[in-house]
Design a protein around this ligand. Structure first.
Ligand code: NAI
Ligand code: 15L
Length: 267
C-alpha cells in the first residue's frame, strides 16, 4: 500500500465516519483520532483518543505517521474560546508535531466559510482574498495561512480543501451549488495525497454541479475531476418563488446561514 501509516483526525465526525473505511486501501495502518468515541479498532486501524488542544498528546499522535488528513475540530460557528482551542491551537499543535516528526504532507479540511462574504453572483478562485463569514471561517483562514507558512518555511506540503457541503445529498437550494458528494470528496483526497508535488494548493471541494461560484483552475495540477452532480436533486427545490426573498442574507452571500450564526450575531 502507498502509505505505512495515515492519520485521520476528526474520525468520530460525520465525514470521519464516512472516510474511515474508504481510505483503508491507501495505508497499511490508518490511525484514527478524535476527542470523541470511535469504538473499537478494526483490522488495519489504530485508535488514539486525544484533544487537539493538548500539545503533548498531539506530538505523540504524529509519531510514525506518513501523511495526515486533518478533519478534526469545530465544524460550525461557536464561541471564540472553543474555536481557539480546537481549531487555532489544535491546528498549530498538529503542524508543530508534523514538522518535528518529518511528516511530508497534510490535507487540511478547510471550508467555503473562508470566503463566505463573497456574493452568490461572484465567481472566485484560489487567489481571491479570503473573506471569512464567521469566527469558524476565520479559524479556517488561520489554518490555511499556517499551512502556507509551514510550506514556505519548512517545505511541508498541504492541500487546503475548501469543502462546500459534504452530506449525503443537498438539503436546501444553496447546496445545489455547494454540494460535494462523498465519492467526489474521496477522489479529491486521493489526488491530493498522490499527486507527486502539490506545494501549497487551495482546492475548492464541490461536485460538478450545474452552477458554481468557484474556479479550480489554480489547482489544475491536481487533475481533480468531480463526477457527481446535484442536478438529480434539483427537483427537490422547485423554483416556486416561495424561497427566502432576494434580500435574505443567506441567499445573497456564499456562506449562506453562517452569516447569521454565532455569538456576535446575538449581541
Ligand atoms: P464534525 O463536527 O461531524 O466532525 C468533527 C470532529 O472533530 C468531531 O468528531 C469532533 O469530536 C472532533 N473534534 C472537535 N474538537 C476536537 C478537539 N479539540 N480535539 C479532537 N477532536 C475534536 O464535522 P464534519 O462534517 O465531519 O467535518 C469534518 C471537517 O471538515 C471539519 O474540520 C469541518 O470544519 C470540515 N468541513 C466540513 C464540511 C462538510 O460539509 N461536512 C464543509 C466544510 C468543512
Ligand atoms: C462547513 O464548513 C460546515 O463544517 C458544514 O457543517 C456545513 O455547514 C458546510 O460548511 C456548508 O457550508 O454547508
Amino acid at each position: 500500500k502507498p502509505f505505512k501509516r495515515l492519520l485521520l483526525t476528526g474520525a468520530a465526525g460525520g465525514l470521519g465516519k464516512i472516510l474511515r473505511d474508504r481510505i483503508k486501501p491507501w495505508a497499511d495502518v490508518v490511525r484514527l483520532s478524535d476527542i470523541g468515541d470511535m469504538g473499537e479498532a478494526r483490522e488495519g486501524e489504530e485508535i488514539v483518543q486525544c484533544d487537539l488542544a493538548d500539545k503533548a498528546a498531539v506530538f505523540k499522535l504524529l509519531e510514525g505517521v506518513d501523511a495526515v488528513l486533518h478533519f478534526g475540530g469545530i465544524s460550525t460557528e461557536n464561541t471564540f474560546e472553543n474555536i481557539m482551542a480546537a481549531n487555532i491551537a489544535g491546528t498549530y499543535n498538529l503542524y508543530e508535531a508534523v514538522h518535528k516528526h518529518g511528516v511530508k504532507r497534510v490535507i487540511f479540511a478547510s471550508s467555503n466559510h473562508t470566503i463566505g462574504y463573497y456574493k452568490t453572483t461572484d465567481y472566485i478562485d484560489a487567489d481571491s482574498p479570503m473573506r471569512p463569514d464567521s469566527l469558524y471561517g476565520v479559524s479556517k483562514c488561520f489554518g490555511e495561512s499556517l499551512s502556507r507558512y509551514y510550506y514556505d518555511r519548512a517545505g511541508i506540503e498541504t492541500v487546503c480543501l475548501r469543502i462546500g457541503s459534504s452530506f449525503p445529498e443537498p438539503v436546501n437550494p444553496r447546496m445545489l451549488v455547494t454540494w460535494f458528494s462523498y465519492d467526489d470528496l474521496l477522489e479529491s483526497l486521493r489526488v491530493s495525497l498522490f499527486t507527486p508535488r502539490v506545494g501549497h494548493t487551495i482546492l475548492f471541494g464541490a461536485s460538478a454541479n450545474p452552477a458554481s461560484w468557484w474556479d479550480n483552475s489554480k489547482a489544475a495540477h491536481l487533475g481533480f475531476k468531480p463526477k457527481d452532480s446535484s442536478t438529480r436533486f434539483a427537483a427537490n427545490f422547485p423554483d416556486t418563488g416561495a424561497y427566502p426573498p432576494k434580500d435574505d442574507v443567506a441567499t445573497i452571500y456564499q456562506g449562506g446561514g453562517f452569516l447569521m450564526s454565532g455569538p456576535q450575531y446575538k449581541d
